[in-house]
Write a protein that binds this ligand. Structure first.
Ligand code: ATP
Ligand code: MG
Length: 444
């Protein structure tokens, strides 16, 4: 929630029509805009938001625009600024400065959304929280989230994403987080960063802003990068040296149990989440929660019922076949942990890996896909099916089948399945591997 005064002070914009003076949130999409919202006309790569201002003024409380020739204001609030995106960011920065509560920023290569959702679930047991929705973690999504701040908001949990150097700094100049949680450093967005060192530098742009960092203590490369940091470092992970750690991990058919230890609290945890990597996400999130005073009972209650975030590590049964559906995104690091989870769950069954292209890897693209072929081979996966053009490189190291589109792959897979396999489906979002799941379901 914010006022017209907030907006004018934050943006230096010119008021050309005065209607409502209090807005529930900023919006950039007239399909979802609410009547108390304020529309920001952003210029996208395909469309210019100014084409939708008329519709926005019918549905919502006003608009922020950079041009207003011939505009019918409809007695709604209209503010003119030079740059609508910068204004949205300035508004968020202004609201953040007025905010007296704490802000936790979740950064890192993999597991941000899952960790953010976990932290938000834990903290909401005690605090009024605001979190970035879904995967809205960029220089538009994060400001939109901050615009939803309410008078009684106590803690914000924000996922900050990065594709290239400077992204995290730009977001931090708006967000000024109090705490950072760094999930890990892996091979992602290499196109923008050039190398894994570049990825680490990009994520560590958050350091000058925060006094306390929660970091994956088992990620040696991350920990090396943190040596220059003089603030408080609290580590989470599985090794004995971690401040917050998971011990005595036991995998069962449909859940995992482990003991959480720290100086603050120690208790047993039960989770339906899939994959060793999720134990890191959980341990990091529990670390933040216990640090901020969430009780053992509240944490245990959430962990027992928290299932995967959509398309990330869902377990789906179709005609006796177990599908490990993890098609939200893919990069070499998350591909490897997913393959490890596939083999860990094998239990005498035939294993099938349906793997799509991993995008945004720049010059490492061919090599990274070859590497995936090596892992599939080394892990002894029974059937390998690739989807896309880059994944063909995997065939250098493993025998298998590669298709250009997911529908062909699904038809082939359907013929291969006998009814007792375990199948991993994973690839970059743009590969649309959810189509495979749809086709398998149709065949029920
Ligand atoms: P994005 O960069 O798309 O925002 P993210 O960092 O938010 O991704 P999630 O959406 O939580 O990550 O998880 C995406 C996928 O990454 C999961 O489905 C899983 O394959 C993998 N993953 C999740 N957590 C980890 C982790 N701690 N380590 C390695 N891989 C992980
Ligand atoms: Mg995310």
């Amino acid at each position: 929630m914010f006022t017209l005064d907030d907006l004018l002070i934050a943006t230096g914009g010119k008021l050309v029509s005065k209607g409502n003076e209090i807005f529930k949130e900023a919006s950039i999409d007239t399909r979802t805009i609410g009547k108390n919202d304020l529309f920001f006309a952003l210029k996208g790569s395909k469309k210019d938001g100014h084409e939708f201002v008329d519709e926005a003024l019918i549905k919502a409380s006003g608009a922020v625009v950079s041009k207003n020739e011939g505009m019918d204001f409809k007695n709604k609030t209209v503010v003119i600024v030079d740059d609508t995106l910068k204004s949205l960011q300035n508004l968020a920065g202004y609201l953040r400065k007025k905010f007296k509560g704490k802000i936790i920023a979740v950064v890192g290569s993999n597991g941000k959304t899952t960790t953010k959702e976990l932290i938000a679930s834990f903290l909401s047991k005690k605090y009024k929280i605001l979190k970035t929705e879904g995967n809205f973690n960029n220089n538009i999504g994060v400001p939109l989230c901050i615009s939803r701040i309410e008078n009684n908001t106590e803690i914000m949990v924000l996922e900050l994403g990065t594709n290239r150097p400077g992204d995290i700094k730009e977001l931090c100049d708006i967000v000024y987080p109090d705490y950072a949680l760094i999930t890990n450093i892996g091979y992602e967005h290499i196109e923008g960063f050039g190398s894994i060192q570049g990825v680490r530098e990009g994520e560590l742009e958050i350091l000058p802003y925060v006094k306390t960092v929660f970091a994956n203590g088992d990620d040696k490369f991350l920990m090396d990068g943190l040596k220059r940091y003089s603030g408080q470092i609290l580590t989470f992970g599985m090794s004995k040296e971690c401040d917050f750690r998971a011990e005595n991990i036991n995998f069962y058919n449909d859940h995992v149990e482990f003991d959480f230890y720290s100086d603050i609290a120690a208790f047993a945890v039960k989770t339906p989440l899939v994959g060793i990597y999720n134990i890191y996400n959980l341990t990091g999130a529990i670390a933040v929660a216990t640090f901020l005073g969430i009780s053992k009972c509240s944490i245990q209650q959430i962990t027992e019922s928290f299932t995967s975030v959509k398309m990330r590590g869902e377990i789906i049964k179709i005609n006796g076949v177990e599908i490990f559906f993890d098609a939200y995104n893919a990069n070499p690091s998350s591909m490897k942990v997913a393959l490890q989870e596939l083999t860990r769950r094998k239990k005498g069954r035939r294993t099938v890996a349906v793997l799509g292209d991993m995008l945004e890897l720049g010059e490492f693209t061919d090599l990274a896909h070859e590497e995936v072929g090596k892992w599939v081979n080394e892990m002894g996966i029974d059937i390998f099916i690739g989807v896309g053009k880059f994944i063909k490189n995997a065939l250098r190291y493993v025998n298998g089948y590669v298709f250009n589109d997911p529908i062909q792959a699904a038809e082939f897979l359907k013929k291969e399945l006998k009814g007792s396999e375990i199948v991993l489906i994973k690839g970059s979002r743009a590969m649309k591997l959810e189509k495979i799941l749809e086709i398998l379901k149709e065949g029920r």
